[in-house]
Design a protein around this ligand. Structure first.
Ligand code: ADP
Ligand code: MG
Length: 286
């Protein structure tokens, strides 16, 4: 069974009826001359405004593929993706991706020019307004003083912040992040998670965030979709808004991490058994 897991809108009558993003029974495949690789199988989830929605699962379960489909780079072979009710069939400035390789910043452009570039290339803004918008978001990520610096002079964490500022400057309806901190050292990674949460407090953007780290999912997300190993299917959805970086190492946090681990890897017992553990913030998908 792969019943759709409704978002907050379905469980909260006060919320707006329509989810911002609906991923509806989506299967994704790669076709090569030799064979067909199924990356995800009938995956459904809904993301509401201001959600920090995390896709969590082991390497190869189709997280990046799902994100690329939401971005409009890959078409589902089954099911449908809708943004505010409109079927997604191409990339658009309302969905901006921050990839894990953020050495995607062209080295010949300054930090400010890097942030301005998509605004100008998409003809979203004229030069003057693009510059103002770029400086505004550089300030939000704490890099106003580095506006005229070149990317190679920045640390990994600073480059990640430029990539985030560049994405937010486009003011997308949803920000898509694919393991954006995976290449950073552990301390910088933690700092970036903290900054992302602070930035969210301030800007309240809607985030779809991919990770294979249970800990990162609990810290960054307010809702977590657990995907099975290849091909990715929905295992469960967990609410995790109660956790932040201060929760790390706490008893409740560790217990949640263990439960998620069991749900992901199905160790020893059926997922339904988890319901007996007063895990009342969880919905089991099968
Ligand atoms: P994740 O991001 O969860 O690690 P991916 O979405 O990258 O997983 O990949 C899902 C599956 O699709 C994997 O089995 C992977 O080998 C396969 N895959 C990914 N990209 C391609 C591609 N370009 N061609 C063929 N198979 C691919
Ligand atoms: Mg990936």
């Amino acid at each position: 069974m792969n019943a759709p897991l409704p978002g907050h809108a379905a469980s909260n009558p006060i919320a707006i009826a329509q989810a911002l993003l609906a991923v509806d029974q989506v299967s994704l495949e790669y076709r090569t001359p030799q064979r067909v690789v199924r990356a995800t199988h009938q995956v459904s989830f809904e993301v509401d405004q201001q959600d920090r929605f995390v896709l969590l699962g082991p390497s190869g379960c189709g997280k990046s593929t799902l994100l690329k489909a939401v971005a409009g780079f890959i078409a589902p072979c089954e099911g449908e993706i809708r943004l505010q009710g409109q079927r997604v069939d191409a990339p658009g400035p309302d969905r901006i991706v921050v990839f894990q390789e953020f050495d995607q910043l062209p080295p010949w452009k300054t930090v400010k020019q890097n942030v301005m570039f998509p605004l100008l290339a998409s003809r979203t803004l004229k030069k003057k307004q693009a510059e103002e918008r770029a400086l505004h978001y550089l300030e939000k990520v704490g890099l106003a003083a580095f506006a005229d610096a070149y990317p190679h002079t920045l640390s990994g964490g600073m480059k990640a912040r430029v990539a985030i500022a560049r994405a937010l400057a486009m003011q997308p309806k949803i920000l898509l992040m694919d393991e954006p901190f995976a290449a950073l050292d552990a301390l910088t990674r933690r700092k970036m998670q903290e900054e992302l949460l602070l930035l969210w407090e301030e800007v309240r953007f809607t985030l779809l965030f991919v990770t294979h780290s249970i800990e990162e999912a609990l810290v960054v997300g307010n809702r977590i979709l657990l995907l099975s190993p290849h091909p990715g299917r929905v295992r469960a959805e967990v609410h995790s808004h109660q956790y932040n970086l201060q929760s790390l190492g706490g008893v409740a946090f560790q217990e949640s991490a263990r439960r998620i681990h069991r749900l992901l890897f199905d160790e020893g017992q059926s997922p339904e058994a988890e319901l007996d553990h007063d895990f009342n913030d969880i919905r089991i998908a099968y």
